[in-house]
Design a protein around this ligand. Sequence first.
Ligand code: P6P
Length: 335
Amino acid sequence: MSRKNQTLGEFIIENQSSFKYTSGELSRLINSIRLAAKVVNHEVNKAGLVDIIGAAGDTNIQGEDQQKLDVYANEKFIQTLTNRNIVCGIASEEEDDFISINSQDENNQNKYVVLIDPLDGSSNIDVNVSVGTIFSIYRRVTPVGTPVTLEDFLQKGNQQVAAGYVVYGTSTMLVYTTGDGVNGFTLNPALGTLYLSHPYMKFPENGNIYSVNEGNYNHFPQGVKDYIKYCQKEEGDRPYTSRYIGSLVSDFHRNMIKGGIYMYPKSSKNSDGKLRLLYECNPMAFIAEQANGKASNGFTRILDIEPTELHQRVPFFCGSINMVEKAEEFMQNAQ
Ligand code: P6P
């Protein structure tokens, strides 16, 4: 149930009963993500004015230079989720290992774990191009009241109870699902309130935008090369338009509204692609499917992939269902 211009808080309360695990805990969790997103948004919006732009001088487990906003966003989300004592564990792109929350407190009856990419697309920060936050929420699988284990995080994407992203763009939006469709909320910066602006978002079945880093073309599998040439061919509704921002959240968000496909394939440079399964591909795939889109690794549904490592990478094809299935057809024919 949704009403235009409803606030996120009103929406959560009104829809809480429709969530099968309704206990208010997930509502409080979404609310804490809302708070952290507003705090990060405040810094992102003034990054050019304060000494928060640029490299933090460290590298993360991915071997990537940590930008200062990466570190700031990571700290804010972890701090907010910890202080509100809502989750029992957190995994982050910026943390080598998962974080166990209040594991010494046997009264910690919290049931949820959160996996997060606190600031996706951070290479865009210094050039004032939009970036995002991605989050994924599961119920723990080990006994409540005990310290979380890696097993609580290595769950298939089809076990997610909620997933979402924040896009810090020309406006700041929180887009999320709890398995009952996808809803987008836009921040009114004057009030600091998020309002329902995009109820029940859906991927158009077809689109004419393809998003991929074509600089890697020569390193792509043949099926991807064939699909890219298909997109560029003068035939029917083609050639398609190429749009690639270098920020998954922004490319995904545009493609969900206009129709399109985002691809980060494997290549001779990245044997499993670049994107991480647990806190990038799984949450975006959950949102995509809830919006009548599709997400696969070119052959297998992302949400059915059995995770083996916290920071594992997978090839990623996601967006309008007919476009993803055409790309899969080229991948399978080139086998
Ligand atoms: P490349 C950002 O680092 C990210 O994870 C995605 O947001 C983005 O789509 C992709 O990597 C960009 O990677 O190799 O094309 O610069």
